[in-house]
Design a protein around this ligand. Structure first.
Ligand SMILES: [Zn+2]
Ligand SMILES: [Zn+2]
Length: 271
């Protein structure tokens, strides 16, 4: 199983990435949720440029990624799941759930710890939301996030297949829940019982402080409900709300170099 996964890892990742990206990009053209307020060309250039930059930097520092950590843990018998004998399906399911919980807690920490907020703030400076916003993260946040995931996988002894499932799922749900797409309310309500929908995550990108400090989940919607950070709708409605941060409103300041400098600027102090 591991050799099949490793042999086809790039194909699995790229196939899912391009497949979901295409579906979401087309959905946004056919049925957009909100009219875009800023130049899509400029935003896409920035967000896609960051995707390439982040992929390159992560490869440089963590060449084998979190899957590599799972292989190390398995070959040396490290981590919780390598110490106890549990059914394979249970280990895979429990690992994916635990990794998702860790990502939720990490996201909340990036909001509430001032130094981490400086890095994460850049994700919130996007002036519109669409499929490309899901990749808009500062390289330093990506590195820190990979470091936490790498450590978590070693401590948990996560099965190799779980790490790949989790990363592919997170990538897919991140593109999905940043999508600027119309989804009928009854369908949104049903999907939201399990995973974060675009309407749920959009609340997290509101310019209103108490709204952007809520809905931290990227994948499963349960954690926000369990930990009391769930907010169903934005106060101004999905069409009336303003997306972004109150003190970063000029698109001309939010080019690639501009947003890479966000964590180091004076304005990054306020939350
Ligand atoms: Zn956030
Ligand atoms: Zn987001």
């Amino acid at each position: 199983m591991n050799s099949f996964i490793l042999g086809n890892e790039a194909a699995i990742r790229l196939g899912c990435f391009f497949g979901i990206f295409l579906v979401m990009a087309l959905w946004e053209i056919v049925a957009p949720r909100r009219p875009l307020t800023h130049s899509k060309k400029t935003r896409w250039f920035v967000n896609i440029g960051l995707t390439f930059l982040n992929t390159g930097i992560l490869r440089l520092f963590f060449s084998a990624g979190a899957v590599g950590a799972a292989i190390i843990a398995e070959s040396r018998g490290w981590g919780l799941f390598n110490l106890v004998a549990l059914p394979g399906w249970f280990e895979v399911l429990a690992s994916v759930l635990l990794l998702d919980l860790i990502i939720y807690l990490q996201h909340a920490a990036f909001h509430f710890l001032p130094l981490l907020w400086r890095l994460h703030l850049m994700h919130h400076t996007d002036l519109d939301l669409d499929v490309t916003s899901g990749a808009r993260f500062h390289p330093l946040e990506m590195l820190l996030s990979m470091f936490i995931k790498f450590g978590s996988v070693l401590i948990l002894g996560t099965p190799v297949v779980s790490v790949l499932i989790f990363e592919v799922l997170l990538n897919a749900t991140s593109m999905f829940n940043h999508g600027n797409v119309v989804m009928p309310k009854p369908i949104d309500r049903i999907i939201r019982l399990l995973i974060v929908t675009p309407d749920m995550h959009r609340v997290h990108h509101s310019v209103i402080i108490r709204e952007h400090h809520s809905n931290f989940g990227f994948n499963l919607s349960w954690w926000d409900r369990i930990f009391g950070t769930y907010r169903a709708e934005p106060q101004e409605g999905h069409l009336g709300m303003t997306i972004g941060m109150a003190n970063y409103r000029k698109q001309e300041e939010l080019g690639i170099l501009g947003i890479l400098a966000v964590p180091f600027g004076k304005r990054a102090r306020s939350r």
